[in-house]
Design a protein around this ligand. Structure first.
Ligand SMILES: Cc1cc2nc3c(=O)[nH]c(=O)nc-3n(C[C@H](O)[C@H](O)[C@H](O)COP(=O)(O)OP(=O)(O)OC[C@H]3O[C@@H](n4cnc5c(N)ncnc54)[C@H](O)[C@@H]3O)c2cc1C
Length: 434
């Protein structure tokens, strides 16, 4: 009989681990506490329009090698559509538009070429890009704002390029986010082949992109996926996990467990199990992982409205930071939206419309048909200064209990790619120990 593994958490990390293990002949059981699988990357059907809506727009980088390999295994790789090169349209409040259009050169010259072409950034700041490139392997744990100031990047370069990049890539304000995370992103952009720094979007809802195909594949391979059930605790005997206990009393005997859940959920699971000491570091550090919210306002507008040509545009000088053109509606996004969480839906929709008209004067007469606000209060962990060293590896103090999740130590910002890599790491630990 194949060995049994219970995976707690049905997000990218948990499903990646589960598929790797099921492919290798393990009997996997994935348990997730939400009715809808996919964790923080999921979609739902909008009851009013029947359209599939994501819990927030997710951007993919063509350098997400492990994610793309996972999607390949699920048969959905071609559902993520990338630009032909790194290019981003910007629309500034007041109506000014410009583009980061990286030429077809090898890295880092494509990015340097693209930045040199951004006419609104002062030449002195552009010339200091060489200094930034040279400093990428210098991992001083300081805030992005401190690092950029040391690298001589002035307010205009910050406003037009660095702040939007930091907030989009790290979901945190440059004054809080650690420069270690931004450097990891820049290393991909500046040192990997230029073909790896293209941005892309899924053309299907996130659930159809990976959660539903993963469930199908796992059951074809003899495993099972249980949604809407909370794992209450792990049961330890003779210094090993022997079972997991669900909140409804169901017990699953198992040979190994992967907890692919966020830090506070892990802390609760360990507390319930009277097993805080199995955490690989000081379990109190789990409480230090704060979270950063992402807010989406979806607007269904008159079909005759003049829309920008690009599928997504960065908005500069407004509260909303991105406009995404979706099939049937527009999605406006604020990352690191700490300050807007308590606003009412009406206030947020009004603000979104004002920002939209401000950045895209062509939409001045836009007629709103319907709106929807999605608040993801714990969209990602907030990886501020000092947090990098607190990210745990996949190993715990028990030989058959492992950790995964975008927030664990993958060397990547807390993104989909980090979640997938963490799932691979955890599965690898089980392969190593068999
Ligand atoms: C709005 C938004 C936009 C984003 N944009 C991007 C983007 O553009 N690009 C990008 O790369 N990343 C983006 N991210 C981040 C990305 O979604 C996450 O990094 C990734 O989905 C995390 O996956 P995970 O498997 O680590 O965790 P999760 O997706 O959180 O999965 C963990 C699952 O475990 C469940 N769980 C917790 N405790 C228990 C328990 N005791 N029992 C059972 N189940 C439990 C949770 O409910 C959850 O379903 C975005 C996130 C959000 C919210």
């Amino acid at each position: 009989m194949s060995r049994r593994v219970v995976i707690i958490g049905g997000g990218f990390a948990g499903f990646r681990a589960a598929v790797s293990l099921a492919d290798a002949g393990y009997a996997v059981t994935v348990v997730d506490n939400r009715a809808q699988l996919g964790g923080r990357a999921r979609s739902f059907v909008d009851p009013a329009t029947g359209e599939v809506v994501d819990n927030g727009q997710h951007l993919f980088l063509s350098g997400y090698e492990r994610t793309l390999a996972f999607l390949e295994r699920l048969g959905t790789r071609d559902q993520v559509v990338f630009h032909d090169r790194l290019r981003v349209g910007f629309a500034e409040a007041g109506g000014k538009q410009y583009h980061l259009n990286c030429p077809n050169l090898s890295a880092p010259f494509h990015l340097i070429g693209g930045l040199l072409g951004l006419t609104s950034i002062p030449l002195t700041d552009k010339l200091r890009l060489i200094q930034i490139y040279a400093d990428l392997s210098n991992l001083v744990d300081e805030s992005v704002a401190q690092w950029l100031s040391r690298m001589g990047q002035g307010p205009r370069a910050r406003k037009l390029f660095w702040d939007p990049l930091t907030i989009a890539a790290l979901n945190e304000l440059p004054e809080i986010a650690s420069a270690v995370g931004l450097k990891a992103v820049l290393r991909v952009l500046m040192t990997k082949p230029a073909a790896q720094s293209r941005l892309g979007m899924a053309r299907v809802g996130l659930s159809d992109l990976y959660a539903a195909p993963a469930v199908r594949l796992i059951s074809q391979l003899g495993g099972q996926v249980i949604s809407g059930k909370t794992v209450q605790s792990i049961i330890i005997r003779d210094s090993k996990v022997e079972a997991v206990l669900l909140a409804d009393g169901t017990r699953f005997e198992t040979d190994a467990v992967i907890a692919a859940i966020p830090p506070l959920a892990l802390r609760k699971l360990l507390e319930n199990s009277s097993a805080l000491s199995v955490y690989p570091g000081d379990p109190d550090t789990l409480l230090k992982f704060g979270s950063s919210p992402i807010l989406s306002v979806n607007l269904w507008v008159d079909p005759g409205t003049a829309l920008p040509e690009e599928s997504f545009v960065a908005m500069i000088g407004t509260e909303f930071q991105w406009l995404f053109k979706k099939t049937g509606y527009l999605s406006l996004i604020v990352s690191a939206a700490h300050h807007l969480l308590d606003w009412t839906n009406e206030q947020l929709v009004e603000l979104a419309l004002r920002d939209l008209k401000n950045c895209f004067p062509l939409m001045d007469g836009v007629r709103l048909i319907r709106s929807q606000v999605v608040r993801e209060r714990e969209a990602t962990v907030s990886l501020g200064v000092g947090m990098e060293s607190l990210r745990p590896s996949s190993k715990t103090r028990l030989p058959n209990f492992f950790l995964a999740g975008d927030w664990t130590a993958t060397g990547l910002p807390a993104t989909i790619e980090s979640a997938v890599v963490s799932g691979e790491f955890a599965a690898q630990q089980i392969f190593n120990g068999k």
